[in-house]
Design a protein around this ligand. Structure first.
Ligand code: GLU
Length: 480
């Protein structure tokens, strides 16, 4: 099994196209000696974006899609950049010329425009082969080289789309080598896939309509036809349209910077348009390799759903922390803490992480959700007096409740269990419901919409800070 990912370095890799890397990777890794190849299709110099290749490498590395051959790692088919393979394409082109299956195309753009007009007026589709020059000049770099097609009905099998066929009307004399001497995608990928012994081609469904032309080329070059795997589009959140930059199709690395884990991203994207028929939603990479199969790729577009991705990421954070423990997971959180945390040591941050990780959807949630562990929150008495459990109390009642709590806590031991017992005891002595008393204390300590269980929060904050914040809130309420 030899598969490849063949991106063009024309910008960042967004999540709509990285799936074309995941499936061939999984496929290759299913066999012991399978190989996943990275090939950079950089023949279109006009669309080339500086740094895009590095971004592709970065993205694949982050996702754990390590390539066996390609840039940085090399391999038996070096170079893996198409722009460095020009002589190879020219060699294959010359074979076609020698066999009478390719010819130089001297037609200028204006003449081609006229051909199009003729066809338009005659209400027939424009096909260059209808205007094929009778005595083409000898080919040399500087003029395009075209394929001399042999249009006929063609049938083929696509591993996802099933049995397909197309008539001669979609086959034309396609350009093989452009005027600048570089091959077109149509020609280069066929040569490279053959030279690199690729036997499964996974790519977006947008290439499906060109397959009849490719079949003609395989035939003319006397090459075995690889298996085709056409991957349906990923649709935008509203369905209907292919996911694009306008739908916020961010680059994969932006998700990384937003605190999405690669395990979650890989899991989410692999399951976007594929399932193994079970209800399982969380898959490790190894499980994906074991379970992946081409026949369960959906034929219709799958809708991108960021809420689902965030949910899955939360699941992954929980799973990894539970499996590895805080110490091992903690380094992955670096860079995601609020600025105020800079002055605190790792041990303290680990304690915070230990009580909050099961509420995180992304690592960057740490920034908003943990600030009060690192600096006093600004007191917002409205959050208390307008709270749905607390608004029925007078200011005096609230202040008294806080003072009673502070007194009880002053004498309490400060471990989680004793703190819980003290809080339970307070419920009894005050006669308040948990939602009332605990909301009041929780808000006084954090002034945040969410916080972990109260006894855990207090145990991390420590007695001094807890009591100080309760008293500060009392003062603030009394000054209202
Ligand atoms: N360079 C093409 C692209 O980025 C590759 C298509 C293919 O996988 O053959 O869309």
């Amino acid at each position: 099994m030899r598969t490849r990912f063949a991106p063009s370095p024309t910008g960042y890799i967004h999540i709509g196209n990285v799936r074309s890397a995941i499936y061939p990777y999984l496929l290759a890794k299913q066999s012991a000696d399978g190989k996943f190849i990275l090939r950079i299709e950089d023949t279109d110099r006009a669309r080339y974006v500086e740094g895009a290749t590095e971004l592709i490498e970065d993205t694949l590395e982050w996702l754990g899609l390590n390539w066996d051959e390609g840039p940085l790692v090399g391999g038996p088919h070096t170079p893996y950049f198409q722009s460095e393979r020009k002589p190879i394409y020219h060699l294959w082109a010359k074979k076609l010329i020698a066999a009478g299956r390719a010819y130089a195309d001297p037609t200028d753009a204006k003449t081609i425009d006229n051909y199009r007009k003729v066809c338009y007026n005659e209400k027939r589709p424009y096909l260059y082969r209808d205007f094929r020059p009778e005595n083409p000049p000898e080919w040399h770099e500087g003029i395009p080289l075209r394929f001399k097609s042999d249009p006929k009905p063609r049938k083929w099998h696509d591993e996802v789309m099933g049995d397909l066929e197309a008539g001669p009307e979609v086959q034309d004399d396609i350009i093989l080598i452009k005027a600048d001497g570089m091959p077109t995608y149509n020609f280069a990928h066929i040569v490279d896939d053959a030279e690199m012994d690729i036997n499964y081609i996974c790519r977006g469904v947008e290439y499906l309509s060109s397959v009849p032309n490719y079949l003609a080329l395989y035939e003319a070059l006397d090459l075995p036809v690889p298996k085709f795997v056409s991957l349906p589009h990923i649709l935008g959140p509203t369905g209907g349209k292919k996911l694009g930059k306008r739908d916020g199709a961010k680059s994969v690395t932006e998700y990384r910077d937003d605190g999405i884990l690669p395990e979650a991203m890989l899991n989410y994207l692999a399951c976007l348009g594929w399932n193994d028929g079970s209800e399982q939603e969380i898959y490790t990479k190894d499980e994906l390799i074991a379970r992946f199969s081409l026949d369960r790729i959906q034929t219709s577009g799958a809708r991108y759903d960021e809420t689902k991705l965030l949910w899955m990421n939360g699941q992954w954070i929980r799973r990894l922390v539970d499996q590895q423990g805080i110490d091992e997971f903690y380094p992955r959180t670096l860079g995601f803490w609020p600025d105020a945390a800079d002055n605190f040591d790792d041990a303290y941050k680990k304690r915070v992480l230990a009580i909050i990780y099961d509420r995180l959807k992304t690592l960057s949630d740490l920034r908003d959700m943990t600030t009060y562990f690192f600096r006093n929150p600004s007191i917002d008495t409205d959050m208390i007096v307008q709270n749905k459990f607390l608004k029925k109390f007078s200011i005096e009642e609230l202040s008294e409740l806080l003072q009673t709590s502070a007194e009880a806590l002053t004498d309490s031991a400060w471990d989680e269990d004793t703190l819980q017992a003290t809080l339970n005891q307070l419920l009894e002595t005050t006669g308040r419901k948990p939602a009332e008393l605990f909301s009041l204390i929780r808000l006084s300590l954090s002034f945040a919409p969410f916080s972990p269980a109260l006894n855990l929060t207090m145990s991390v904050l420590g007695r001094d800070l807890t009591l100080a914040r309760l008293h500060q809130t009392v003062t603030a309420l009394e000054n209202l």
